[in-house]
Design a protein around this ligand. Structure first.
Ligand code: HEC
Length: 160
């Protein structure tokens, strides 16, 4: 009995030791983790300015959309068969509040689904501008950039 009990005793002793050592450590780390989470959320709103695009980009985008996207997503961006709508509450519920770079990257790497990446960055930017114009974002004077870092600093409007 003693022969078996003593390794078990060792294991239990080791577990107790590990628990004793890690508890204070965890308690010490918690405030630091909370502080850094607070810092991150405080920084978030400053990181993204509202996305904007030039009206001319959206006009170009509407032509490109008609040629490259409408066959699946519909003339009115209402979706068809497998292809989801690119406007409305479901669409903005999914993308709203996110950096513009996420939508741009998704579209430019995955779409058109039958020939992903076929268009130029400029053309994808114009299509994104058009899609935004159909989701209540007003066109302005400044171009929507194609640069990923600049797009990452812009936030898509929250779903209404
Ligand atoms: C051959 C059909 C087809 C074409 C052409 C096509 N798509 Fe798609 N698209 C799909 C399908 C199917 C899905 C859903 C599966 C997925 O998300 O990959 C989709 C998904 C999407 C999504 C994600 C929608 C969501 O709810 O998040 C976006 C955005 C999108 N497409 C944009 C475009 C744009 C912009 C073009 C034109 C450049 C385009 N698509 C061309 C079939 C197509």
């Amino acid at each position: 009995m003693d022969v078996h009990a003593s390794p078990l005793g060792l294991v239990l002793g080791a577990l107790a030791l590990v628990a004793a050592l890690s508890l204070p450590a965890a308690a010490q780390q918690a405030p630091a983790a909370e502080a850094s989470a607070a810092a991150t959320s405080a920084a978030a709103p400053a990181a993204g300015k509202p996305v904007s695009f030039a009206s001319g980009q959206a006009r170009q985008g509407s032509l490109l959309y008609r040629d490259s996207c409408a066959s699946c997503h519909g003339d009115r961006l209402n979706g068809a068969l497998d292809a989801p709508p690119l406007s409305g509450t479901n669409f903005m519920g999914k993308w709203g509040g996110k950096p513009a770079s996420e939508l741009f990257t998704f579209i430019s790497t995955n779409m058109p689904q039958d020939r992903p990446g076929a268009l130029s960055p400029k053309e994808y930017t114009e299509i994104v501008a058009f899609v935004l114009s159909k989701n209540g974002v007003e066109g302005g004077d400044e171009d929507l950039p194609s640069d990923p870092a600049a797009l990452a600093a812009m936030t898509l409007p929250a779903a209404q």
